[in-house]
Design a binder for this molecule. Sequence first.
Ligand code: DP6
Length: 355
Amino acid sequence: MAGQEIYQASTTAPVNIAVVKYWGKRDPKLNLPTNSSISVTLSQSDLRTHTTAACSSKFPSEDTLLLNSSPQDTSGARTQACFRELRSLRSALEASDFSLPKISSLPLRIVSENNFPTAAGLASSAAGFAALVRAIADLYQLPASPTELSRIARQGSGSACRSLFGGYVAWQMGTKDDGSDSLAVEVAPASHWPTMRALILVVSAEKKGVSSTSGMQITVATSELFQRRAEVVVPKHMSEMEEAIKAKDFEKFGKVTMMESNSFHSVCSDTFPPIFYLNDVSKAAIRVVEDINKKAGKIIAAYTFDAGPNAVIYYEEENTAAVAGVVKGALEGLDGWQSREIESQDAGNLDARAV
Ligand code: DP6
């Protein structure tokens, strides 16, 4: 048994924004998806979760989790699944090396801070669970790769498995019932396409109306369009997107990104009762991007929306003025529009600029 020491590790995990969307679970308990997905990881300096995991025999016997200073329930199945998996890996290490302190059964104290709105369609659960899993894995000194940890983070929140990597990341849906092959892998590091930029339009920082978890369950149960999306549309977009990223072909990347976002929001509208995540400002942003591309005579900007009205617009650095400048100018003054600008550079991850 370990003594009275406090063991501690801290880490950060970035937000990722899917360009081929995860929407639908074939196994809600293990968070196994109905289709594969691809995301781009954003800069850690602006959009990230910072998490410290600690354990000690001095702590009260219950595991605790503070998010942005408010106590969270740790008894939920998702958090419990992550704790259980990580504890069991640590306990296997302790069994194989008697010199290691026995800390796997000590109460955990987790403290997390997000520097962006929680649950407003900015993938907070992705960064949150990725940081939680990596902080505990570091605390337990597990020799696990990001792909191995992605199997655990996925059980916290599906999209979290992609936040264990920087750059361009695919979550392969896998085929096994136990989820052992439903994992995240790197498609390309951020350094492969260093001119890629993202503009984040914080249209609303309020919590979203229908959570991703329940929204996708209702879609799977009621939308006929959904099956075609999962079986035909997404597999096509997956291979086109991988090709576009590998070839650094922005026109192709942009076209698939926008068509994917449209396809995802179409199955949301085809859900019964329908789910609407986009608002008037989101739709205005789509029109602005269309005008920018029309004026340029090619695709130089691409929008995408998750389960909320906030837009992410991808573009290449050389088009900063033609995209970021124009979007801001066109949308400023619209009702419900919040302006927030972030610009940063972060090694290993995509430069993000939020307006
Ligand atoms: C629209 O990962 O939040 O952002 O697995 O239930 O936690 P759970 O869902 P979550 O869903 C993300 C949905 C999305 C698309 C995506 O990120 O791929």
